[in-house]
Design a binder for this molecule. Structure first.
Ligand code: ZN
Ligand code: ZN
Length: 345
């Protein structure tokens, strides 16, 4: 089969033929119909600090967000059958450790990330995955919609962590796909949402989708002033840091209301120096970290909002390429000229 492979620890990818995957007794073989690019794929492409520090697998088939059709199942698989449409959960849990046994498989002590710590990945015609990470989608789901359950799950998880209350206002720093999903979910909950970004391309997408009532260009405007003029002097009840930069991490603590909540989930390449006394202690901030998705609580919630048409997952897709043109997708994202890019193997 054809696949996008990373073989050597330097920048670039290969699009090449690899051996077809073999199905184990607890595995399912998936014919991948849509795979989406994510930030970690770019780290893999560049093979930067993130990849080196994280001890990521080599060789590996790149990609972890995917949706496809089950074509074969192992003899111990009970829940799925050929023909089912599934999306992949990226976290592969051990099912044995303290966190797996206490309902938090997504932060399993022996966690493997599909397409990052495994040879198998989603930028390929087929993938073999353990049954436990296959989420069966409702019949009639399109593959383009299904592939976005995973990234939208991060947004759902971020929102869930804050236990939003009626009347809460929210600022989302960053209008990448997950930032946009948070805007949609908070809007669906009835919150007044304000978003920021520095890239005109992303600002335009957020404006077009319209889940945030105002989208601030943080490169040109004073974010704190504008947020106060829109949401009031007290500041937002919740701030989602969805950009992963030192500036936005600091900004999230500066602009949040006293007793507010700040959610961090952007992967920041450097460590910020923070005035924790002024901005966390004196303000009584709840600072929340988010990694991945609850398995599978977030998935069911995304499914419900999608079926009720409260959120529109495919609104963030800006480009789609066949597998052979995977390089073009990487280049577009690195230039900042795309939101969600899909491969259709
Ligand atoms: Zn991802
Ligand atoms: Zn575990």
């Amino acid at each position: 089969m054809k696949a996008v492979v990373k073989r050597v620890p330097k920048s670039g990818i290969e699009i090449t033929d690899v051996e077809d995957p073999k199905v184990g007794s607890r595995d399912v073989l998936v014919n991948i119909k849509a795979a989406a690019y994510c930030g970690s794929d770019i780290h893999q492409y560049k093979w930067d600090e993130q990849a080196i520090k994280g001890n990521w697998a080599l060789p590996t088939i790149i990609g972890h967000e995917f949706c496809g059709d089950v074509v074969e199942i192992g003899e111990k698989v009970k829940r799925l059958k050929p023909g089912d449409i599934i999306a992949g959960e990226t976290h592969i849990p051990c099912e044995q450790c303290y966190f797996c046994k206490t309902g938090r498989m997504h932060i399993c002590e022996n966690l493997k990330v599909f397409g990052v710590h495994t040879y198998e990945g989603s930028f390929a015609e087929y993938a073999v995955i353990p049954e436990i990470i296959a989420y069966k989608l409702p019949e009639g789901t399109s593959h383009e919609e299904g592939v976005l359950y995973e990234p939208c799950g991060v947004a759902m998880h971020a929102v869930q962590r804050t236990y939003p209350e009626p009347g809460d206002s929210a600022v989302v720093l960053g209008c990448g796909p997950i930032g946009i999903f948070i805007q949609q979910i908070m809007n669906a909950l009835g919150s007044k949402v304000v978003a920021t970004d520095i890239k005109p391309y992303r600002i335009e997408i957020a404006k077009k989708i319209g889940a945030a009532r105002d989208v601030i260009n943080a490169a040109e405007e004073d974010v704190e002033e504008r947020v106060k003029s829109i949401l009031g002097k007290r500041g937002p009840d919740i701030v989602f840091e969805a950009a992963g930069s030192i500036n936005t991490i600091k900004q999230s603590l500066e602009i949040v209301a006293k007793c507010g909540k700040v959610v961090l989930f952007g992967v920041c390449p450097e460590n910020p120096t923070l005035d924790t006394t002024s901005f966390i202690v004196y303000k009584e901030i709840d600072l929340l970290g988010v990694f991945g998705r609850y398995m599978f609580d977030t998935w069911y919630r995304v499914q419900r909002l999608v079926s009720d048409k409260k959120i529109d997952l495919t609104s963030v897709i800006t480009h789609s390429f066949p597998l052979e043109k995977a390089e073009e997708g990487f280049q577009l994202i690195m230039k900042g000229e795309a939101s969600k890019v899909i491969l259709t193997p």
